[in-house]
Ligand binder design. Structure first.
Ligand code: GDP
Length: 195
């Protein structure tokens, strides 16, 4: 995928603010600090379009990024942040649920997990929840540069087993530092959005 343009479009607090142009959407979910902003920046070859380590868990909005005028990345708020109140957690759930259930242009969900550690209970719940909607999904295991190459298959296997991923759900090993997995992830996205 050749990136010709990328721009932040809107921080949508609800359905009324979602784009109405019908362009395909790829949603990204993951716990705070997993490397979601870094992945977006790496995929779009931008240094600081998505803000890294923005206040975790504070804003319950979906951030839309338009790419080449032909598809959107939709960044979910990070989950699993301990300091989030119960009401914030509920607001997150409602927004995310409505989006996943009803959003027609949604073509693919990327769930990010940290390759270094077995997925957490939050990760497992999120995976089960996303699978439930039957939307095509892919797990992206981040921060691959932080473990040695020969340990990667072992870690990838633990991620698959802990989440209970069936063989047909892709797992992409990714690093925002080295760009490992970037091309593979773009091909998967291109297939899913059919561009
Ligand atoms: P977010 O909260 O999910 O958006 O996570 P960020 O993108 O802000 O990343 C959290 C921290 O992890 C930052 O200090 C990043 O520099 C670091 N980080 C993210 N991705 C990678 C990666 O692939 N490799 C390494 N070494 N560090 C990463």
């Amino acid at each position: 995928m050749k990136i010709k343009s990328s721009e932040f479009v809107i921080s949508a607090a609800g359905e009324s603010q979602f784009p109405v142009d019908g362009l395909p959407e790829v949603a990204l979910a993951g716990r705070s600090n997993v490397g979601k902003s870094s992945l977006i920046n790496k995929m779009l070859l931008r240094r600081n379009l998505a803000r890294t380590s923005a206040q975790p868990g504070k804003t319950q909005t979906l951030n839309y990024y338009l790419i080449n005028g032909e598809l959107y990345f939709v960044d979910f708020p990070g989950y699993g942040y301990a300091k989030v109140s119960k009401s914030q957690r509920e607001a997150w759930g409602k927004l995310a649920e409505r989006y996943l259930r009803d959003r027609k242009p949604l073509k693919l969900v990327l769930q990010l997990v940290d390759l270094r550690h077995p997925p957490s209970a939050d990760d497992r719940n999120m995976y089960a929840w996303l699978s439930h909607y039957g939307i095509p999904m892919c797990v992206v295991a981040t921060k691959a540069d932080k473990i040695s190459r020969n340990q990667i298959p072992k870690h990838a296997k633990i991620v698959r087993q802990t989440l209970g991923m069936p063989g047909h759900v892709p797992l992409i090993v990714f690093s925002s530092e080295t760009g490992q997995g970037r091309e593979e992830l773009w091909s998967l996205i291109e297939q899913a959005v059919e561009i």
